[in-house]
Design a protein around this ligand. Sequence first.
Ligand code: FAD
Ligand code: UQ1
Length: 444
Amino acid sequence: MSTVVPLTRLTSAAIRQSSGRGFSTSRTSHSKKHYQLLVVGGGSGGCATAAKFARKLGKGHVAVVDPSEMHYYQPMWTLVGAGIKTLQASGRPMQSVLPRGCDWIKDRAVSFDPDRCTVTTGSGEQIGYDFLVVAMGMQLNYSQIKGLPEAFTVDRSVCSNYWSETVTQTFPALEALQQGNAIFTFPNTPIKCAGAPQKIMYLADHYLRKAGKRDNTNIIFNTSLGVIFGVKKYAERLLDIVKDRNIQVNYRRNLVEVRPDKKEAVFVDLDSPEGKTETFQYSFLHVTPPMSAPDPLRQSSLVNTDGYLDVSKETLQHVQYPNIFGIGDCTSVPTSKTAAAAAAQSGILQKNLQAVMSGGKTQSQYDGYTSCPLVTGNNKCILAEFDFAGQPLETFPIDQGKERRTMYHLKRDVMPELYWNVMLKGYWNGPALTRKLLHLGMSK
Ligand code: FAD
Ligand code: UQ1
């Protein structure tokens, strides 16, 4: 049975936890709507969090603010881009995934007033809260690349798996490709799922070989990074793979302009002091856009100097406002931004927020667990899992650095079920327990 925590208790608990900055509770806000817990963003982290707390706090005490009609399982977009799954299979109506007993405020948050404990929506409504969880994900900044928004509309060989509007163009563009350069980019900002820009490249390589077109095409990975992947163990394996498959990798190259009329992509050499540019001819161009936290969050007082929600990387509690927590891609937590990370964070957030709600202190610490199923072909996958320090934290007692068919099935067939039926319902806190069991208690 769910317990409704009395507001008076929440309020005094919140006051006791208050930092020097001194936050006021809902009692001082003049908003019409008021919730014990307000969650901004109903994606992977927000939906899982709302499910956990709607069960605990009961009907009408939790609300999610999110303008999106659809909730997408974005990890499937790698497979949508490769023609293995459909966009339709990756999405469900938001209404159907949000927990029962939770109000859905179908609008965008436009501003935050953490001193008054209110969030203002696009329609101008102020919503009051006792506790706030910020789960707004990342903003895709396609328009920062000159000519790209137009290129999407006029050139069918330009595509991007990162957006529902462009992911369906990837496979048709691959099918249309007959010869020339197939270029895959990685921007000069943090991104979600740092493996995804190259996963689609390996799937494209697989497709082109099968279709007998690989001999006429050059596959080029132009990445802003100085390494192929941030974790040494997996980077070494990926370097063998690109060599074996004759894929050219150019480091420290950042896409700045697309000229669809000439089929040219312009990259800046990030190591050149004078900002030297290089122009590549493309026959196929897969763009991973620059990303940031969403503008309303970036423009608020809740962010660090990089523009991300400023939380403790261990407790996920805001560094200045103890009644605010964060989860997922929009936070300052220095780990690779994935749904797997959000799942692991959801367990930590649940314990810590519950403790703070009942007047206690945060007690659980996040270790940075994140995972990236590096699909390296239509039936192969390296399951990268690691922590804050970039140390492998693998679930299975086998070498996950090897390409494996089992891991491909885990990614393609098991993960979507786990996501819709377990994570979004608030029951998946990542594989830490499974890992410990499978390693007979010998793993962290
Ligand atoms: P999201 O799930 O993106 O949700 C953010 C929500 O906030 C959205 O619903 C949005 O509508 C809402 N929102 C935004 N602005 C506002 C506003 N102003 N007001 C209210 N609501 C707002 N992860 C993995 O673990 N494994 C993978 O294999 C994997 N592959 C990926 C492949 C691709 C191509 C992509 C794009 C992502 C992949 N990811 C993968 C990453 C994963 O999808 C994200 O890390 C995860 O969804 C983050 O969850 P989140 O809750 O932080 O953000
Ligand atoms: C995971 O927990 C997760 O979130 C639900 C993903 O996103 C879809 C993943 O891709 C992975 C790999 C995990 C980790 C889970 C296991 C069982 C290793």
